[in-house]
Design a protein around this ligand. Sequence first.
Ligand SMILES: *Cc1c(COP(=O)(O)O)cnc(C)c1O
Length: 381
Amino acid sequence: MSMRLSRSIVGEAEARAVSRVLLEDGYLGMGNEVRLLEEDLAEYLGMKPQQVVTTNTGTAALHLAVEAVAAQCHVTGGKPEVLVPTLTFVASFQAIAAAGCVPVACDVLPETGTLDLADAERRLTPRTIAVMPVDYASNPWQADETLNFARKKGLRVVEDAAHAFGCKSRGRKIGSFGDVVCFSFDGIKNITCGEGGCLISFDAEVVRMASDARLLSVENDSQKRFAGTRSWDPDVKRQGWRYHMSNIMAAIGRVQLGRLDREFIPSRRRLTAIYEQRLAGVAGLELLHTDPEDFVVRHIMPLRVLHGHKDAVKEALAARGIPTGVHYKPNHLLSFFKRGNSNPLPHAEQLYAELVTLPLHPGLIPQDVEEVCATIRHAVD
Ligand SMILES: *Cc1c(COP(=O)(O)O)cnc(C)c1O
């Protein structure tokens, strides 16, 4: 089989778990299995199950998070604004827009691809309610600085940690500190539910709103479903969505969570270490920086190819059947999110011209990564 850029790593154990839900439980919607996944996630992160709200996608978690935070803020003279790095999956921007807010594209640091806080500060207005840092390539760079910035400016923090499940910032697991943290469990993330996501928060009101809003804002419906019943006489006081997770997805996620520390993290870190050994210090290449005090489990492996040689590297890899990707086209270049051009975002555009995403997933073997690195080194020689 040819090399893949990324892929789900699922097998017999996930198949057995799904089969158990289908054949033994026979209840496919949101029920006990989802409750158990929320408990397992809480235990993994050192949180309480009542602080975890699973959803059907990571995008849904971000949408619910921004919506719940916005409900606590009062803004006049226009829509609430959320500061967000432009170098992210369009899901971050769409989630902010879906919540009735304006995504304000911010520049990123060239060394890491993460939010440039100085640039974010220049884009503050009286309508800014929140900042959405993105753990780009799983890097929780400046997690504390971002929380301090938000505290000083009176902003909420909705962290897009879609890449960063299993990572730590200065010894603390991502998802165990902060304000509102969102994960994705889509097919190729560090763990998968097939599709899925969750939000975690220290704000009980955010959790309560998100927990109801994922079930069409039927009040306390989550608790009823976990107990195997429903609300037959509901009240609904606000907009809601059909964003809950199913027992089938949760069953896959629970198996994946059990494999994370033993299999997926060591594998991703071993492969990343080979990339770093072979590509560090090579003229014309630049690896993204990480803080040695952080524990980074790369979901993707972006490499900067300098001096305009990006296409040559991509072509050399393609010629050997090695796929590459782009993470990401900056969102301010997308038609829907273009807002004037008075605020340049030079670092993000520079990175967009340089970044090549290399294959990374636990289905690769070290020799695969050696081949990728040898091909790149030859191409820039
Ligand atoms: C995957 C991803 C999301 C969205 O997650 P889904 O589960 O695919 O909806 C959001 N932000 C980033 C940076 C992502 O990579």
